[in-house]
Design a protein. Structure first.
Length: 594
């Protein structure tokens, strides 16, 4: 995922169209003769609303003149479903959490024909599938009583920007521990930092680049600590840096505790696990599934009729065929149970709360309450938040924080950690690059398959909220063509460039990694937001028609399991059966994963 700068002519053309539109329509405050007037509803903050209205103005005075369409933008707070029955706007922007439930009531117009016959400048070729597939669902059940969502289903919405989970960290506290912060994508390391390996966080015996300062690590050794905010930390790195900022392990820590995340997705999804799995007939609850996951090492590997490419992870439904796969075609990954336990251990105490729950690391929090205030008052050093975190931190902690990607399962040659004494978290330390362990110098190189060169990494993923543009089914039928023309513009490269200042990551990957969007962060690492979006998915609450299927098990998961009051096995014993029944009863098959 390398940051790229758009070709000068291409982006200049995008921006010039908006500028030209302002000039040609100067002074117009309403529809011109022959323009069809449509209503556009959305729900945003005041600052984002101002950006959207400015973009609409550019459209009205530019492309809208050519389209014969004039858009009236209206920031409606908390649009209720009932409004789409009685006073539907011509275009509605909504987030993906409500989409399926509303779509199944027939509230949205199928956009397939519009996209196929009148694409305009909008194309989905440069948009991550995980964004486009969220807006696909069949309203009707098939012969087997299943509704298909995702790949192959009806297109009822168009993605228009995303807000991912990301890690927000305290720069002053990183500096307190003399961590050298760099910002370099993996593909550019060899050129920009030839002495640095592709780690989110690593320690070096020798100075890895000019200007790097040394300090003492948790093992008492003098090292160079390097944090790269454009590469995900692996599991060991994340828990080690959390340990460094937890006073019970490091009395010199400026913070009480490392931090953590309220969401498990980056762990389970990275290794191909999930809380659901399709068994060929219905979904099963797989939050603590102990079967191994598998990384594909070769192209065109066929399992149960599904063809995989190198670097992909075998889906739950196809894992039974791995036993018959050719030798050397897959690499074993941790199970969903392993991923879940790693996540739970972050927030549970080393003694398991006196034996009540899992024995953990005690380096994180299990709730996101007061996350921003805790970050600014040295409660913790980094924490996972959504896009609203930026607004809050810019108010109370401007210039003192930055952004980093979510964790990713990554395997390094020789592993990542060693132990001083008994094998326990208290005695666990990160291997130092350039140091000798068991007679071998640790290089910190990413592990790859010798035969195929496929790197041993999981999915780079987390959850995100994606805005979508829909045409309400009960809106004025005579204006639906006009509504589509505006949608295809706003979701195109030209329209997305006009709304950079909302902070939403553009739907198109090239735009997301462009210097022009990254610069919107005013020095903050918006690259991490763009990186997180590319492989992001919807949260489990929005897998199916609504979030009801998680309501029976999620409170015990969030409030008891993550607090260390019960073990994973006790959680499954109490809630596994009902969760299994609830997810097996849904009639939506997520064919394209999302």
């Amino acid at each position: 995922m390398k940051k790229t700068k758009l070709a000068t002519l291409a982006l200049s053309a995008v921006l010039a169209v908006g500028t030209l539109g302002v000039i040609t329509g100067c002074g117009e405050s309403g529809p011109q003769d022959g323009q069809t007037s449509i209503r556009f509803w959305y729900t945003t903050s005041i600052s984002q609303s101002n950006v959207l209205k400015a973009a609409v103005d550019v459209y009205n005075k530019g492309q809208g003149v050519e389209d014969g369409v004039f858009v009236e933008a209206d920031n409606r707070q908390n649009v209720q479903k009932n409004a789409l029955y009685v006073d539907a706007p011509n275009v509605l922007m909504l987030d993906d959490a409500n989409f399926k439930a509303w779509a199944l009531e027939g509230l949205f117009t199928d956009l397939d024909e519009y996209y196929e016959q009148q694409p305009g400048n909008y194309t989905e070729e440069g948009i991550p599938q995980t964004m486009t597939e969220r807006w696909r669902i069949n309203k009707e059940k098939d012969a087997e009583g299943i509704r298909i969502a995702g790949e192959g289903a009806d297109r009822q919405g168009i993605p228009c920007g995303a807000a991912p989970m990301a890690y927000y960290y305290s720069i002053p506290n990183f500096e307190d521990q003399k961590i050298n912060i760099i910002s370099c994508e993996e593909e550019a390391l060899a050129e920009e930092y030839p002495g640095v390996q592709p780690h989110g966080y690593a320690e070096y015996k020798e100075q890895p680049f000019e200007g790097a300062v040394s300090s003492t690590n948790l093992a008492g050794d003098t090292v160079y600590k390097v944090f790269n905010n454009r590469i995900p930390m692996n599991w060991e790195e994340f828990r080690y840096i959390s340990k460094m900022f937890t006073k019970t392990y490091n009395p010199d820590s400026p913070t009480t505790i490392g931090g953590g995340s309220h969401w498990w997705f980056a762990y389970g999804w990275s290794v191909g696990g999930d809380c659901i799995g399709w068994n060929g007939e219905h979904y099963e609850f797989t939050a603590a599934d102990k079967e191994a996951n598998w990384l594909v090492l070769t192209d065109e590997l066929e399992l149960n009729g599904t063809t995989y490419s190198a670097g992909e992870i075998v889906e739950y439904a196809d894992r039974d065929a791995v036993a018959d796969a050719p030798a050397g075609s897959v690499h074993e990954l941790p199970s969903q149970y392993d991923a879940l336990k790693e996540f739970v251990c972050l927030t549970t105490s080393p003694d398991g709360n006196g034996g009540k729950g899992e024995r953990g690391y005690g380096v994180g929090l299990y709730t996101g309450d007061q996350a921003v205030s805790s970050l600014t008052t040295n409660g913790f050093v980094l924490y996972a938040g959504d896009a609203t975190t930026i607004t809050a931190l810019d108010t109370s902690y401007a210039g003192k924080y930055d952004i980093a990607p979510a964790q990713q399962w990554r395997e390094y040659e020789g592993g990542s950690v060693y132990y001083e004494g008994a094998e326990s978290f208290a005695n666990e330390y990160l291997k130092v690059i350039g140091e000798t362990y068991d007679g071998e110098v640790y290089t910190g190189e990413l592990a790859v398959d010798e035969a195929t060169g496929t790197p041993f990494v999981g999915r780079a993923t987390t959850h995100s909220a994606v805005n979508g543009l829909v045409i309400p089914e009960r809106s004025d039928a005579s204006k639906k063509d006009a509504a589509w023309k505006f949608i295809r513009w706003l979701a195109s490269a030209e329209g997305q460039a006009e709304i950079f200042d909302t902070g939403w990551v553009p739907n198109q990957t090239e735009l997301a990694y462009s210097d022009e969007f990254i610069s919107v962060g005013n020095g903050k690492n918006y690259y991490a937001l763009s990186f997180n979006v590319q492989g992001s998915n919807i949260g489990d609450w929005a897998y199916f028609e609504n979030g009801e299927w998680v309501e029976e098990w999620s409170p015990l998961f969030n409030n008891n399991l993550r607090a260390g009051l019960i073990t994973i096995d006790e959680f499954i014993a109490e809630k596994g059966a009902v969760a299994n029944e609830d997810c097996a009863a849904v009639d939506i098959y997520i064919n394209g994963r999302w």
